[in-house]
Design a protein around this ligand. Sequence first.
Ligand code: S3P
Length: 260
Amino acid sequence: MDKLDEIRTRLDACDDEIIELLTRRMGIIEEIIEYKKESGTPILQPKQEQKQEEALEQKLDGQRYEEEIKDIFRYIVSNSKRIQAKNLFNHNILLIGFMGCGKSTVSSFLCKMLAMDSVEMDAVIVEREGMSINDIFAKYGEEYFRNLETNLLIELSHKNQLVVSCGGGAALREINVQHMKNNGRVVLLTATPETILERVKDNDDRPLLRGNKNVEFIGDLMEKRRAKYEAAADIVISTDHKSVLEICQEMIGKLMEMDA
Ligand code: S3P
């Protein structure tokens, strides 16, 4: 065996050890999630995550391959989160509710915590059409926009473990709700008209609220939509005066209950 072969043999043995260690590590991740589920411990623990990151920083501080190893750990942690998500949900999560109820905020937080992929329906439509929601409404009308929503929901129902932030009107069509439920749980986020106004007041992306940013209009439209939203929902979460962590925690708890 020449020198290079001998070195490569050692590298190979090293890879075997890494595989063994990663398998063990992922097994431990499964153990943690199982324990949390059984004991009712909150699934999302951002503080613990922070602590772990700091501990890793310390361990690697001044290490010869500090940057490279940190980079690898980012992947390890992200994949651990994926394992947790897979253990928790075998379906999509669709967030519905009135404009400004917090769908996008909740979606991005949950996706960050559980390394799930997120889909912002409005953003996908804007990108594909190459124009803003306001322009789509103005140029082709609301019905055209609603059809785009329906087609996108059909497409998403063939995927799994996505968090979908639905446009505020998406759940109003019966057929859309059927596509949502095809491979997903529907979560309705609610808020009072006052909270909604506070959240949307500085944003001009919503054609239906243009010139209508007041509690009366929001309250009326919300009331008109309430029955359809509620009929579509598998679970309902009120978001008033709650942090995004609290909302996500409550949602995961209710989704787990549903699957139990
Ligand atoms: C709409 C809500 C908007 C967007 C469009 C119509 C609605 O989405 O799809 O302006 O009918 O409620 P957000 O709820 O994400 O703002």
